[in-house]
Structures are given as structure tokens and as C-alpha cells.
Design a protein. Structure first.
Length: 687
């Protein structure tokens, strides 16, 4: 099966008259829920889905619904489409199930694969389709079967062939699930009862070539890639079979599938189909597109409407989904007692309602360790809640309060534009308050903002949510983003120009939000406000901020075990854009300088940098220009994987360079930033 699959792919690529495509990054799910407005409109779906795209997603949708999104987790402005797949679980030997995390959201490929003489068309408004069959439990050689595949990722070992089922061996760097949708349309139906019959794969291949006569309209092809973090379960395998299962009870992988609801601005998509003909795959290379920053896409989310647990360790898969091995088609089960009620799904759970105390929620803003957006009084303690923070700020005479990193509270009288919440975006203020885990108190360089209010003005405005805006992909605003999300996973370095955005975007000035480290706390300050009543004035006394990160005995990182690399110093991370633009794939509790250097070296990058104890970034020698060199004490955080090593600091990179490029890289650090981006893909197949 795998040999036939690979041979078909190679033949299709060789026969394809064009090779243009772009990768659309969808940075994170907007929700994980038993919802499927295509197959189960208006009711709770049979199994769990991981859903990306516009935040107007709902249990019942039409074209008008998609266009009311106020944000999207995908990065192109003008695309409010929704893309979803089943959710992956690890089945423990005792029969319980543990949710598997996604790695980096999803990537949606848009490929121009028409046959000779065909004109490629955009999806029409209201269009929807699905690929794959959730009840399938055995393989096949037909195009629909070939369109579902898996790639076992191992960046430190030889590539393995793609398979049509779950591979029966560990995938150290994740399991990549892949879904290729049919691209030939009958030209009449936006949907059909089985959600497939209005579409066909091309006549001679599942992924390219001319359409059959009954399906004369060749639409642009879409292809999903979703990476699941299966490697973390490597030491928990048991028995003779692989232990992963799709959320519909499929342990084979043959039931993999994907759903798509069109939400593009149709004219924009058609212009992109006609003019975005680069073969780089980089969404940035399409002049039609304006992009939003990663942080804004990652902060787009909606509240689940089905009252059930869908993540962590579960006794059973959500819904009535017993594991069915096959080989015959699985049978849908009902009446198991699973919830069937669709709730209200208010975004109020993302913040604390304090209007009864005269404070309203403004939203999730962005902060900066070196230039705090709220410069009045502050405190930090293990009993922090949003109520405690607003009470503290109120007692000091301030009108704005913000909680951050679970335990920190900041006060001020106004919110600067650099930290203002993005309208219609919930944001990633998802750290639980140290004093009450039922509340959220900001995040890493993200701040939950509350403002003093009275009377009818006391209304929470920062909850985000879709379905009530004017279309998050098209609403203009005065601020722009100079650093869009990159569409390219890590591989060899390359450069490109940046893109700007006209969406409602606040230029971020924050640190990254994914480090798994203890917070850098601020010294508690009991400050008195000045007598000035101006909303823009600052207190007469300033707050002292001090780091409580755990340094090693030396402020200089230890030498690398790789003799080809040397330490270049501590440098500022400009964040937007990143000084070193390519994230590694293992940020978190196991970070060391050697691990980061090894990753960057094997990925073809001559510059590596560790930051905030648990983050690793890579870059080309000419992407680190324009950086300010900091004193060594700014890089003073112990690496999460080795407390004897230093891995940068808040907004500060411990920079390492390959010795053959050290001189060139060090010189580039002191020149104007070239805004270079990474443009290749660590994958075994190429488009």
C-alpha cells in the first residue's frame, strides 16, 4: 500500500502541469468539540473534532455565518473558512484514553493542480465538502483511500514511507495526519446529502490532473497536515499494536477524514488562484494576501457548547464511540448517556465578571517585561485573583488593573496602543490564577485587563467571540502588522519580504507565550498615586521590577559540547518579528543549549538562540541584524532541561553561532534587520 501510494504521488507530481501552491498556517484550534455543521447540523455530533479557522463556527452554519467571524486561527485576512479533523487519543493498557496534543496547529495547502486546458476556480460561496470516511476500518487502492495518509516524523533518523494507516512504530517527532480533498466539482451543488457526491478526484490521480466529464469544474485543491505529539508516549506502548485511536473509536487510521466549509472572500480567493503562482509554498509570497501575527491567530478561540470533558485522561472517548478494529465498517452507537444538549457557550469563562464591583473586563492585552504597559503600583503573590488585583489597584487610586503570569498584578490609568487587546479576539490569557484555578490571570507577557466603570458603561467588552462582528478578515483598522506568521516549517534557511495587514491588528510587543517555566515575578510595591488626575499621567513613584529567575553560578552559558559552535552573547529578541524567526519543535521542559544547537544545526541553520529558559529559535546568519547586545545578566534563566546551563531570559536570547559563520553572523547582528524568514519544510514529500 505504501509503495503504491508513493509511486502514485511521484507519478502525479511528474505529470502535473503546474507546481504552484501556498501553505496556510492555522496556528491553533478555535475549539475541540463534538460539533460538525456539515454532517450533524443543529445537534451534537457523534465524535470529537479539532476545529481551526473562523470564530463564527457553530453547530449550524451557512455562508453568512462564516463571514461574521471576528477573528480566525488561520493567518490570511479574508479567509474565515473552517477546517477540521478528528481528535487523536492514546489508549492506555487499562482502557482509559488520554488526549494527544497538536504540534503547531494545522497547515492547509492550497495547490494549483489543474489539467491541461483547464481553468482553475475558487470555491463558490456556501460550498462545503468532506474527505475520508470515519467508519472505514480497512485500506484500499482507490483514490479516496490514497487521499488519507500518515507520515511518521523523525528528524534525527531516516525517513520512513508514508502509510495509509497508523504506523506500528514510534514517531519521535510526531505523527502527521494528511487529508487530500477531491477537487473536481459538478458545477451545480454546493453540498449533497453524503457531502461527497458533488465532488470527484481527478480522472487519473487523487491529487492532480484533468477532471472527469461529469465533474467539469476544477477547483483549487486543498490538503491538510496536522501533526500530533505522539512521541511523548514512546515509553508507554504495550502489546503488539500501536496504541493510538481516533476520536470515533478508530485504532487503524483508515477512518481518518477532514471537513471544510468555505469562508473565503470569493474574489480574493479567485485572485490568489489566478496570480499566486509561486512554487515556494510560502503564503507570504502571494501579493494578494495580508496576514495577521501568530499571537493574534493563536488567541482566536470560542467557548465549547457541549458540557463534557474532551481532554486529559478520560474513562471513555467523548460520545458513544467504542473502539472498533474492523475490518468491516464501524457501526455508529447511540444511547450511551453522552451529552446531547447544545449550551449557550458564553465566552464569559475566559474572564472574571467584576461589573458588580465596578470593574469591567477589557480583554487580553500584550505586555513587555522591559517596558510594562501599566507602570503604576504592582504586586505578586500566590493568592492572586482578578478580584484581588482590582481591589489592590482600586486602593491605590488607579483605574486600570491587569493580571499576568498567574500571580502578578499591575496598575495604571490607561492602556497604551502597544498593549491594547485586539477587538473580537479572546486572546491567550489562559494561565490559571495562583489564588483561584477557576479564573484566568493573563499569560506569559499577556495581561488580563480590567477597567473601572460606572452605570451603563459597566459592560465587559473583551470576551471576543464570533457571530456578531462585521467579518474579522475584512474589517479595517488603523494599525498594521509588520511581522506576519510564517507558513513554512523548519528546514533550510531562506529569506523573504514581510507582509502587512489591514485587519484589526494591534502590533505586538510581547514575549513568546509558550515557555513552560516558572514566572518571573515582580517585586511587590505599595505605591501611592500622585495627585494628578490626568488619565495619562503616571504615579510620582515608579515600580521596581526584579527578576527571581534561577541563574546558574555564572552569567555566561556553558560551552557547547559541539566544537563547531561558540557563544556570541546575550541579545535582545525583537519579538515582532522574531530575531531568530524559526521556532524549534521541542520548546518546554527539556531545553538545553546543546539541544537547541543540535536542532538548528541539523535543520541547516547557522545561528541558534535559547530564551526564557525553555525556548529555542534558529535563524540564518543574515537574520540577526539590528539587535542590541545586552549585559550578561539579562540572560540569567536556568535551562529547563539543565539547571547548570543558562537559556536566555525574558526577551533576551543566548545566541550561539556556527564557527564557520560566527564572524559573519556577529557582524550581521549589528546591522539593520533584514526581515528574513524561513521558507522550507521538514517533510519527506514535496509539493
Amino acid at each position: 500500500m505504501s509503495a503504491l501510494f508513493t509511486a502514485g504521488l511521484i507519478a502525479a507530481l511528474a505529470a502535473s502541469p503546474v507546481s504552484a501552491f501556498w501553505r496556510l498556517p492555522c496556528k491553533s484550534p478555535i475549539v475541540v468539540e463534538r460539533a460538525d455543521p456539515i454532517v450533524s447540523p443543529g445537534k451534537v455530533a457523534s465524535h470529537l473534532h479539532t476545529i481551526m479557522g473562523g470564530n463564527a463556527f457553530d453547530f449550524t452554519m451557512d455562508d453568512n455565518t462564516t463571514r461574521t467571524s471576528t477573528c480566525s486561527s488561520c493567518t490570511v485576512i479574508g479567509d474565515d473558512s473552517n477546517y477540521w479533523t478528528p481528535t487523536l487519543f492514546f489508549q492506555h493498557q487499562n482502557g482509559t484514553f488520554e488526549s494527544v496534543n497538536q504540534v503547531g496547529g494545522a497547515t492547509v495547502y492550497y495547490l494549483q493542480r489543474q489539467g491541461d486546458g483547464e481553468t482553475l476556480k475558487a470555491f463558490p460561496p456556501g460550498f462545503r465538502m468532506l474527505a475520508g470516511d470515519p467508519y472505514k476500518r480497512s485500506g484500499g487502492d482507490d483514490f479516496a483511500s490514497q487521499a488519507i495518509s500518515y507520515n511518521c516524523l523523525n528528524y534525527n533518523g531516516p525517513a520512513k514511507p508514508e502509510t495509509g494507516m497508523f504506523p506500528n512504530y514510534n514517531c519521535p517527532d510526531g505523527l502527521r495526519a494528511q487529508v487530500f480533498f477531491p477537487s473536481c466539482w459538478n458545477g451545480k451543488d454546493l453540498d449533497t446529502p453524503d457531502h461527497k457526491s458533488h465532488m470527484s478526484y481527478p480522472a487519473n490521480s487523487y491529487n492532480s490532473g484533468a477532471c472527469p466529464p461529469d465533474f467539469p469544474v476544477h477547483l483549487i485543491s486543498i490538503f491538510y497536515e496536522v501533526i500530533w505529539d505522539t512521541g511523548k508516549f514512546a515509553d508507554q506502548w504495550y502489546g503488539d499494536s500501536q496504541p493510538f485511536v481516533w476520536s470515533m473509536g478508530d485504532p487503524t487510521g483508515y477512518g481518518g477524514h477532514g471537513d471544510f466549509i468555505m469562508g473565503w472572500d470569493p474574489a480574493l480567493l479567485q485572485r490568489a488562484v489566478d496570480t499566486c503562482t509561486a512554487d515556494s509554498g510560502r503564503v507570504e509570497d502571494c501579493p494578494e494576501f495580508k496576514l495577521i501575527p501568530d499571537t493574534q491567530a493563536e488567541g482566536c478561540r470560542i467557548e465549547p457548547k457541549v458540557d463534557e470533558s474532551v481532554s486529559g485522561l478520560l474513562d471513555a472517548l467523548p460520545g458513544c464511540n467504542a473502539v472498533q478494529q474492523g475490518p468491516g465498517p464501524a457501526k455508529q452507537q447511540t444511547d450511551c448517556g453522552a451529552p446531547t444538549t447544545i449550551g449557550a457557550g458564553s465566552n464569559a469563562s475566559f474572564f472574571t465578571d467584576l461589573t458588580g464591583k465596578g470593574w469591567s473586563y477589557t480583554g487580553c492585552g500584550t505586555d513587555n517585561y522591559y517596558t510594562r504597559i501599566l507602570t503604576g503600583a504592582s504586586e505578586s503573590n500566590d493568592q492572586m485573583t482578578n478580584e484581588a488585583c482590582v481591589a489592590f489597584c482600586d486602593s491605590k487610586g488607579f483605574s486600570v488593573a491587569g493580571t499576568e503570569y498567574s500571580k502578578e498584578c499591575y496598575c495604571g490609568d490607561s492602556i497604551p496602543a502597544s498593549g491594547m487587546p485586539v477587538p473580537g479576539v479572546v486572546g491567550n490569557c489562559q494561565m490559571k490564577c495562583s489564588g483561584d484555578e477557576s479564573e484566568f490571570c493573563g499569560g506569559s507577557a499577556l495581561i488580563s485587563l480590567y477597567q473601572k466603570c460606572t452605570g451603563s458603561d459597566c459592560v465587559n467588552t473583551g470576551g471576543g467571540g464570533g457571530g456578531s462582528g462585521s467579518g474579522g478578515s475584512s474589517a479595517p483598522a488603523s494599525s498594521t502588522a509588520s511581522s506576519p506568521a510564517s507558513s513554512s516549517p523548519a528546514a533550510a534557511p531562506s529569506s523573504s519580504s514581510t507582509a502587512s495587514s489591514s485587519q484589526a491588528i494591534v502590533q505586538p510587543t510581547t514575549l513568546a507565550t509558550t515557555a513552560v517555566v516558572q514566572p518571573v515575578s515582580t517585586a511587590a510595591s505599595s505605591l501611592s498615586k500622585s495627585s494628578s488626575t490626568s488619565s495619562s499621567s503616571s504615579p510620582t513613584t515608579t515600580t521596581n521590577v526584579s527578576s527571581t529567575a534561577t541563574p546558574t553560578s555564572s552569567s555566561t552559558p556553558t560551552a557547547s559540547s559541539n566544537p563547531s559552535w561558540s557563544y556570541s552573547g546575550c541579545f535582545t529578541d525583537t519579538v515582532t518579528p522574531r530575531s531568530l524567526p524559526q521556532w524549534s519543535n521541542f520548546n518546554g521542559p527539556d531545553m538545553t543549549n546543546d539541544a537547541c544547537i543540535s536542532f538548528c544545526d541539523k535543520s541547516g541553520f547557522p545561528v541558534a538562540g535559547t530564551e526564557y529558559a525553555g525556548q529555542c529559535f534558529c535563524g540564518a546568519a543574515d537574520v540577526t541584524s539590528g539587535l542590541e547586545q545586552l549585559s550578561g545578566d539579562k540572560c540569567s534563566m536556568a535551562c529547563t532541561g539543565d539547571k547548570e546551563q543558562i537559556c536566555g531570559g525574558p526577551g533576551a536570547l543566548s545566541v550561539w553561532t556556527k564557527k564557520s559563520t560566527t564572524k559573519r553572523a556577529s557582524s550581521a547582528i549589528k546591522k539593520r534587520h533584514a526581515h528574513a524568514h524561513v521558507g522550507a519544510h521538514l517533510k519527506t514529500h514535496q509539493f
